[in-house]
Design a protein around this ligand. Structure first.
Ligand SMILES: [Fe+2]
Length: 443
C-alpha cells in the first residue's frame, strides 16, 4: 500500500517536473537571449612601404566628382590620383591637397584628399594613389533611379562591425550613408587608423558619406576643440554644398537630395547651421530631386530608454524647417538598436511628416540598447535591439523600398521592410507650398 502510494507520488513528481521543464523550455525559446557584444578587434596596421596608400576611402564631391582620401607614413608622398576605366591604364591624373595633425603623443600620417572627375555615371574606374602601391577600383552612382543606399551607424570596430560590413558588402549598393559614430577611437588616435584599414575594402569601392556623432568629438579642455581627427580624415563635400563646416553639408545622387546635419554643433535659429539649412532647403528643386532625405546622429523620435529625449532641443529648432520642406525620410544613429516610425511631425502621426528611422546598430563595443519605454508609442512601428544594417532602394520618383537586415548569429536576416511613397507623389509638397504662399500673402 505504502509502496504503491510512493510510486504514484513519484510518477506525479516526474509528471510535474516534465511539465515544468516543457514550460521552461518554451519560455527560454520565446525569450531568445541575444549574444553578447563582441570585443574590439585588434589587428596590426599594414606593413606596406610608408609611401603606399593606407585607409583609402572615397566620397562624393559635387556633380560628377569624387574625393579620394588616403594616408601615407611617408610625408613626401604626392597627393596625386591616376585613374581610368581600364585596369592599369590611367588616362587622367588629379592633384590634391594634404593635411596632418598631432594629438598629445600621436602624430598622424600624411592625410591626402584629391578630387577626381568629371566622371561618368554608373562606371567602374581603376585608380592608384600617390603613384605607389596597389590599384583600387570604384563604381560611380547612377544618373537615374533606381539608387540603393546602404545605411549603418555607430559602427566601431568589433567582431559585430566586421559581420555587418560583410553583409553590406553582399548587397549591391551605390552609396553608404553613416549617421555618426565611426571608429569609437575615443581619443586613442591609432584606432582611427585601424578603423580606416577595417573599412577600406568597402569605402575605397563605393562613396561613404558620413556625419559626426559624439564619438567623433574628442575634446581636451584648453587643448583640443573636438572633431580634429574626424575633420582631418573624413572630409566631406561641405564647401561644394555652400557650408562653412565639415559638420553639416548636402549632396545629390540621381533624384535624391541628401542633407547631413550635425547634432553636436549649434542648431538654434541664430546658428550658422540653421541658416545654411534654410538656404540649402530653399534651393532644393523637387522636379529634379523628388526625394529629400536627412541624416544626423541623435534621433528625435526614440522610444528606447537609452539617450531618451537627447534630441529634443534640436528637434524643437529644426523640425518645423524639415516639415515645411517636406522631408521624406530622417535617418539617425546614437541609440544602439533599430526603430522605425510612422510618418510623423510634432510628436503626432502626420501623412505629410517624415518617416524617422534609428539605425545606430552597426556593431560597436558598447553593446546594444535593450530597454524600451512601454507601452510602445503609437508612432513607433517597429523596434528591436539587434545589430544590423539598412538598405534604402529608391526605385523611382514615387516609391522607395526600405529594409532592415538584422545581423543575427552572423546571418543577415531581413527583419523589417516597408514601401515608402514620396511626399511629392502624395501631394504634400504642393499643398505645403500653397499654405506657405497663403501665409506670405496674409496681411
Ligand atoms: Fe552616439
Amino acid at each position: 500500500m505504502f509502496l504503491r502510494s510512493f510510486s504514484r507520488s513519484l510518477m506525479e513528481l516526474k509528471l510535474i517536473a516534465a511539465v515544468a521543464f516543457l514550460l521552461l523550455s518554451a519560455t527560454v525559446a520565446a525569450d531568445y537571449v541575444r549574444p553578447q557584444p563582441r570585443k574590439t578587434l585588434h589587428f596590426p596596421l599594414s606593413h606596406n612601404p610608408s609611401s603606399h596608400p593606407q585607409q583609402v576611402h572615397i566620397s562624393l564631391a559635387g556633380d560628377k566628382h569624387m574625393r579620394v582620401t588616403w594616408v601615407t607614413g611617408d610625408k613626401s608622398s604626392p597627393s596625386s590620383v591616376e585613374y581610368g576605366t581600364s585596369p592599369g591604364r590611367y588616362s587622367s591624373v588629379a592633384q590634391g591637397e594634404s593635411t596632418s595633425y598631432s594629438y598629445i603623443f600621436y602624430s598622424s600620417g600624411k592625410i591626402h584628399h584629391t578630387v577626381i572627375g568629371p566622371l561618368e555615371h554608373s562606371t567602374v574606374y581603376f585608380y592608384r594613389c600617390g603613384g605607389q602601391g596597389p590599384e583600387f577600383q570604384l563604381k560611380t552612382p547612377p544618373a537615374q533611379f533606381p539608387v540603393t543606399f546602404a545605411v549603418a551607424g555607430d559602427l566601431g570596430q568589433t567582431g559585430w562591425t566586421k559581420t555587418t560590413l560583410d553583409h553590406i558588402d553582399q548587397c549591391n549598393y551605390d552609396v553608404h550613408l553613416l549617421p555618426g559614430d565611426l571608429s569609437y577611437a575615443d581619443y586613442m588616435q591609432h584606432r582611427w587608423d585601424t578603423f580606416g584599414e577595417l573599412v577600406q575594402p568597402l569605402a575605397s569601392a563605393r562613396p561613404w558619406m558620413v556625419t559626426e556623432g559624439n564619438h567623433e568629438k574628442e575634446v581636451i579642455p584648453f587643448l583640443k576643440d573636438g572633431f580634429e581627427s574626424y575633420n582631418a580624415r573624413w572630409k566631406m563635400p561641405f564647401e561644394e554644398s555652400g557650408s562653412s563646416s565639415n559638420l553639416y553639408y548636402s549632396f545629390e545622387v540621381a533624384g535624391i537630395h541628401v542633407i547631413m546635419l550635425g547634432s553636436y554643433t549649434d542648431y538654434d535659429e541664430q546658428s550658422n547651421q540653421y541658416r545654411w539649412l534654410e538656404n540649402d532647403l530653399s534651393k532644393v528643386d523637387r522636379k529634379k530631386t523628388p526625394w529629400l532625405v536627412v541624416l544626423f546622429h541623435v534621433p528625435w523620435y526614440n522610444s528606447n530608454k537609452a539617450h531618451q529625449a537627447e534630441g529634443d532641443d534640436m528637434m524643437a529648432a529644426m523640425e518645423p524647417l524639415l516639415y515645411a520642406a517636406s522631408v521624406d525620410l530622417v535617418l539617425a544613429g546614437h541609440v544602439h538598436a533599430y526603430e522605425r516610425s510612422k510618418r510623423i511631425n510634432n510628436g503626432r502621426f502626420d501623412p505629410c511628416g517624415a518617416v524617422h528611422i534609428t539605425i545606430g546598430d552597426g556593431g560597436n563595443n558598447e553593446g546594444l540598447a535593450h530597454w524600451y519605454i512601454d507601452p510602445q508609442p503609437e508612432w513607433s512601428v517597429f523596434r528591436e535591439a539587434s545589430f544590423g544594417h539598412g538598405e534604402l532602394k529608391i526605385v523611382n520618383s514615387t516609391h522607395a523600398f526600405w529594409s532592415w537586415h538584422r545581423n543575427d548569429d552572423d546571418e543577415p536576416i531581413r527583419s523589417d521592410q516597408v514601401w515608402i511613397s514620396s511626399l511629392v507623389s502624395s501631394g504634400c509638397v504642393a499643398e505645403k507650398r500653397h499654405e506657405q504662399r497663403k501665409m506670405l500673402l496674409a496681411p
